[in-house]
Each structure stands twice: as C-alpha cells, then as structure tokens.
Design a protein around this ligand. Structure first.
Ligand SMILES: [Ca+2]
Ligand SMILES: [Ca+2]
Length: 144
C-alpha cells in the first residue's frame, strides 16, 4: 500500500513538471472526503507516515494511511468528510457496514443505522443499490 502511494507520488512529481494544464491536486481520503491544493509552487514530500504538501498557500500534512487516491483537476471544490458508507457509525468503512445496511434493507430496523451514510451512491434514497455500491467500494479498496 505505502509503496504504491510512494510510487504514485514520484510519478505525480514528474507529471507536475510536465503538465501545467491542471491547477489543483486533489486528494481523496479513505473516508471519501476530498481536499484540493493549488499546484502553484507545489512540492510533495513524504516519510513513512505522512505526505507533506507545500504550495504558495502554505503547508499541509496528510497521513499516508488516509490517502485513497489523488489526481490533478481544475476543480478546486472539496468534499466534506461525511464518511459515506459508515452505516453503523463506528468511524470506519468496513464489511460490517455492508452487513448492517443489508440487515436494515431486509428488516427495516434503522436502529444504529446512519441513513445519510447509508445512501452510499448519493441518489437520495437507501436501497439495495447502495449495498452493492458499498460492497464494490470495499472490494476495490482492499487491494495492497
Ligand atoms: Ca462502520
Ligand atoms: Ca442511494
């Protein structure tokens, strides 16, 4: 996992040098929140636990373990941390959330269910599609 990220970072630094069409670097965190940083003066450094982002606006530090993805973008918007998918409200997204969601869908008992987080695909209602989307997410995120 860490090796993958470090490899990505090295690749990104090379991309920064060549691709000037994008204005922001966007990090997607494991809780599905996103943060963007201006690429102006961008410098990325990292150690075993953190990636440090330095740009004209200042310096920010992100734990590597929380970084799920990163990409360049021209969209500076960020997504607040709502922990979509944390159906059982224990602070992490895991298979327990998928089972809690399925139990809710089958039984209709919303006790202990975070319905906002349960609407994983964001279409405004909690259905089996959210359970499948959550399971897909869990499967795709478990590599490495
Ligand atoms: Ca959870
Ligand atoms: Ca939904």
């Amino acid at each position: 996992m860490k090796k993958t990220i470090i490899t990505m970072l090295i690749a990104l630094v090379a991309i920064v040098a060549s691709a000037e069409t994008y204005n922001y670097l966007k990090f997607t965190k494991t809780d599905n929140s996103t943060v963007t940083y201006s690429v102006e003066g961008l410098k990325l450094t990292y150690d075993n636990t953190n990636v440090t982002i330095t740009n004209v606006e200042g310096t920010a530090t992100l734990p590597l373990a929380q970084v799920r993805d990163m990409e360049f973008t021209n969209d500076p918007s960020t997504t607040p941390s709502v922990l979509g998918g944390d159906v059982n409200n224990d602070g992490v997204i895991s298979i327990a959330d998928a089972t809690a969601l399925i139990d809710y869908l089958l039984g209709g008992d919303a006790t202990g269910i975070n319905l906002d987080a349960a609407d994983f695909n964001g279409d405004g209602e909690v259905t089996i599609s959210d359970a499948t989307a959550l399971i897909d997410y869990l499967l795709s995120g478990s590599e490495g």
